[in-house]
Design a protein around this ligand. Structure first.
Ligand code: SME
Length: 158
């Protein structure tokens, strides 16, 4: 398998439409969760070049940092805390156009201006979250929500 991604320019929708089948190809032949999370984070970083993109895994009563691309980040987040912990508690995708206006936002990087957090739900339980941060305000919208939710559906969690 060639490991190179084809990175395209174009609208956000065009970029996701190009990326989605490539991510499918990468994860479907691999059963190891960490390997797949690492490659999904890598693929999203390559295509969109966000400040930070990666996963936190639910371990007991907290989120613990998983594979990511970007600056170092806080390692543990309690349920209900920050955007990530809120997305877990509410089991829904949260789009934050301006992180300074989100009460309790956890600033892992002072450069982050907007954020999207998508919960990974398996058998009715949140098992992980995908977090993406941008240096631009209002970087994320419904298109990101729709496609990121599709991308995380491709990952097999036990
Ligand atoms: N900003 C997140 C914390 C995680 S980092 O951005 C990587 C939050 O408020 O939950």
């Amino acid at each position: 398998m060639a490991e190179d991604l084809e990175i395209i320019k174009g609208s956000k929708e065009e970029q996701y439409t190009s990326l989605l089948p490539q991510v499918k190809g990468i994860v479907e032949g691999e059963t190891d969760l960490i390997a797949n999370l690492a490659n999904v984070a890598g693929a999203l970083k390559e295509q969109f070049n966000w400040l930070w993109v990666g996963f936190y895994l639910v371990k007991g009563n907290e989120l613990v940092l998983g594979p990511f691309q970007g600056p170092v980040a806080c390692t543990r987040i309690q349920k209900g805390r920050g955007v990530c912990g809120s997305s877990w508690a509410e089991a829904k995708t949260l789009i934050v156009p301006d992180v300074e206006k989100f009460p309790g936002h956890i600033a892992c990087s002072s450069l982050s201006r907007s954020e999207i957090v998508v919960p990974v739900i398996r058998m009715g339980e949140v098992v992980a979250i995908l977090d993406a941060d941008s240096i631009d305000l209002s970087a994320f919208d419904e298109t990101d929500k729709i496609f990121l939710e599709q991308i995380i559906e491709l990952i097999r969690f036990k």
